[in-house]
Design a protein around this ligand. Structure first.
Ligand SMILES: *[C@@H]1O[C@H](CO)[C@@H](O)[C@H](O)[C@H]1NC(C)=O
Ligand SMILES: *[C@@H]1O[C@H](CO)[C@@H](O)[C@H](O)[C@H]1NC(C)=O
Ligand SMILES: *[C@@H]1O[C@H](CO)[C@@H](O)[C@H](O)[C@H]1NC(C)=O
Ligand SMILES: *[C@@H]1O[C@H](CO)[C@@H](O)[C@H](O)[C@H]1NC(C)=O
Ligand SMILES: CC(=O)N[C@H]1CO[C@H](CO)[C@@H](O)[C@@H]1O
Ligand SMILES: CC(=O)N[C@H]1CO[C@H](CO)[C@@H](O)[C@@H]1O
Length: 357
């Protein structure tokens, strides 16, 4: 206490020595109490206003102005009720505020599906407000809402682009201020979809009359384009297979992992030969070398015994048309050309008989 008093006195002496030299200082010394009150007013009113109103507003503004881009999402270890999801993303800000953003749980939902039901919750790690920040997340993802996840997968499969919103509450700590400000992180990202796997190519490699040990009589190489930024582990996938509206069998692709870009896989199928021969004998297919429009639609997706309904139902939501040069494959494998009107001119009935040799 004594030291403080002494300091006060010596300061008062210093002040009282100076005013004779300069008018302003004299004024200041005389009205020091007015300045003191002004300082107190600033401290008591302005600082809290800045801290409680302005800084949070700026913090929220900076979060709102930040840009989120998602470079890739990788879904692995898929099980019926959970999976592993890795997201590589970048958050861009103008870098003008030095701040730490606390980690938070952000939900993801489809912006254009009104209920905005989340299909996933991402655990965002703590980040800074640096101008360019890579945020890589890899986490266990339980299925919270099967319907919302299936709808998301359906949109991702069918659409050219889709809008996904990431929403979460977090706090920001601005450098130099020992306070956490609550902010809302809300970003809508437009992602490329899979466009119904449009451009899928199926090149038959072998057709046989009798099936192999799996009962498959049709083998092919397939190229499946993935225009999205997603990688999916779909496991063993089967498809309903139609020609001109008729169910002609089942198509299988084993251990299917769809990555961005062209995916090359072996495909096998159990096909009703008679039905195919029938269609090959019809116009216009018999006239253009037997390229048939197949329609395929997802039936099941099973990964190491775990049925993945969120993929199977999405793949089953629509038909995908693939033109398959099956006439040429029949010629190459069986050395048979199906003329217009079918085998032996009267075709329809004889074809299956002929092929059951
Ligand atoms: C993930 O889901 C499967 C069922 O699909 C379940 O058997 C397994 O226990 C789940 N894993 C965890 C860690 O919850
Ligand atoms: C994030 O992942 C990408 C792609 O795998 C990688 O290039 C990058 O170095 C990672 N960044 C960090 C900070 O881990
Ligand atoms: C797919 O095509 C088949 C045969 O044309 C048809 O029966 C089925 O209703 C179609 N499914 C969908 C979901 O469009
Ligand atoms: C796919 O099926 C084969 C044969 O039944 C099996 O050996 C393999 O483990 C399955 N793969 C997956 C990913 O389930
Ligand atoms: C915006 C948009 O194109 N949405 C479509 C995405 O795909 C689903 C499923 O096919 C459609 O229902 C949406 O209209
Ligand atoms: C991100 C990515 O690799 N996209 C590719 C998806 O597949 C198409 C081919 O169909 C490529 O053109 C894209 O570059």
């Amino acid at each position: 206490m004594a030291d403080i008093d002494k300091a006060g006195v010596s300061q008062a002496e210093n002040v009282s020595n100076k005013p004779r030299r300069r008018g302003c200082l004299g004024h200041c010394a005389k009205f020091w109490w007015a300045y003191l009150i002004a300082v107190i007013v600033i401290v008591v009113i302005v600082v809290p206003v800045v801290l409680l109103v302005a800084v949070p507003k700026i913090a929220q503004q900076k979060i709102d102005d930040a840009e989120l881009s998602i470079d890739s999402i990788i879904i692995t270890d898929t099980k019926s009720q959970n999976m592993t999801m890795a997201i590589n993303s970048v958050i861009k800000t103008d870098g003008s505020v030095h701040a730490d953003i606390a980690g938070f749980d952000g939900v993801m939902y489809l912006e254009d599906v009104e209920a905005h039901t989340p299909f996933a919750t991402i655990k965002f790690p703590a980040t800074t407000a640096d101008a360019f920040q890579t945020v890589n997340i890899s986490q266990f993802l339980p299925v919270e809402n099967m319907e919302a996840l299936t709808t998301f997968n359906t949109w991702l499969l069918a659409n050219e682009t889709l809008r996904v919103t990431v929403l979460g509450d977090t706090t920001v700590r601005v450098k130099g201020i020992a306070r956490d400000y609550p902010v809302t992180f809300k970003k809508t990202v437009t992602m490329p979809g899979l466009r119904m796997l449009d451009g899928t190519v199926v090149k038959p490699t072998s057709i046989s009359l009798e099936g192999d040990k799996n009962g498959n009589n049709f083998l092919a190489d397939t190229e499946i384009p993935n225009t999205s930024h997603f990688t999916f582990d779909l496991g063993n996938v089967t498809f309903y297979t139609y020609v001109l509206g008729k169910d002609v069998g089942t198509t299988y692709i084993d251990n299917l992992v769809l990555r961005p870009g062209i995916n090359k896989y072996k495909m096998r199928a159990t096909i009703d030969n008679g039905a195919i021969i029938d269609v090959l004998g019809q116009k216009p297919y018999c006239e253009q070398g037997g390229v048939l429009p197949f329609q395929i639609r997802g039936k099941s997706s099973v990964n190491h015994g775990q049925p993945l309904s969120y993929f199977a139902d999405a793949l089953g939501s629509a038909n995908q048309t693939v033109q398959i040069p099956i006439g040429a494959a029949v010629k190459a494998s069986l050395n048979v050309v199906i003329p217009c009107g079918g085998l032996g001119g009267g075709g329809k009935k004889r074809a299956p008989t002929l092929l059951s040799f």
